[in-house]
Design a binder for this molecule. Sequence first.
Ligand code: ADP
Ligand code: MG
Length: 317
Amino acid sequence: MFGKRKGRGPLKVLIATRSREVLEVLTRFSARWEVLEAFTTDGVYRLLKGCQLVVIEPSDLLERELSWEGLSGVLEQAGIPRVSAREFVSNPELWETRALAASGSLEHLPCRCVALTSYSGGVGKTTLTLDTARYLAKTAHVPVLAVEFGHGASAFHTLAGPDLPSVYDCVNGGSAPGKWRGVDLLPMVWELARVMPLEAFSAWLAQAKKDHVLTLIDVQYPHPLLPAAEPLVDEWLVLTTARPDAVFNAAELTENLRPSRVVLNQKGLGDGLALRGFERDVEIPFHRHAEKLDGKLGQKLISTIYPTARFERGGLR
Ligand SMILES: Nc1ncnc2c1ncn2[C@@H]1O[C@H](COP(=O)(O)OP(=O)(O)O)[C@@H](O)[C@H]1O
Ligand SMILES: [Mg+2]
């Protein structure tokens, strides 16, 4: 049935189905397939690295932190073919061919929601949110969401495109978030957002977090709608530049938010003296072309958010 695979190890297949027929087919050709099994969405995601095929039945799978939608996004963006039990059993040769073409290159990153915040404006919350989201979506090929909490007009609209559906369109109007450079983006237009019921926004965000591997929140603290997101935040990154008022604000805000870390942004050569005695966890250098959102600043922040992920030549391995 299956052709001999000269000089290579077995194909790695992940099964997430109770179908006996699938196991029977795989057992008959056990020399050619290495079989892994999972029973939850998170289990599938955890074991995906190196897999070249996923045989999956949504009804056999329990949803955990990552929703079915989120897992589908991961499989699609990682380019790992997926097939139902029935389809696999009816034509295993076809799926072996497809599995051979799949690289299975994927880094497992835990699902997280990280808020970039500050009392001060102009410290780089929006820039770092977009740059980090873009960098991760481009290098790790996982679903990433960036949510803006703003007042007045939307900075996401200005930087990423005025036609993207806003928070209001998604929560009240049923639109899906728009895409910008591989990232799901949620701009906030305050005049519309302010009439949204907080509970509806809360429920929408809780589901959105499950549909994405990383959810980034860009918020100047405090914000009237932030209670909708606060319970979902796994970590606060408190941003500052070397400006004395911003440094003072960052030190104070960090005390109020847990767990939190301080990010010093736009660090320049001459800033050392002014910052003496100020404790920060991460430094992001000044970048002459920060507004280009080329992923350079995001790369630095992603290695803070996912310290154990291995990076290589600007990309995730
Ligand atoms: N690391 C950096 N190096 C140089 N300029 C930066 C950096 N981060 C942000 N900027 C610039 O600082 C300005 C304010 O950034 P912004 O993201 O709008 O701040 P915030 O959202 O906190 O108000 C923008 O012009 C942006 O391009
Ligand atoms: Mg901003």
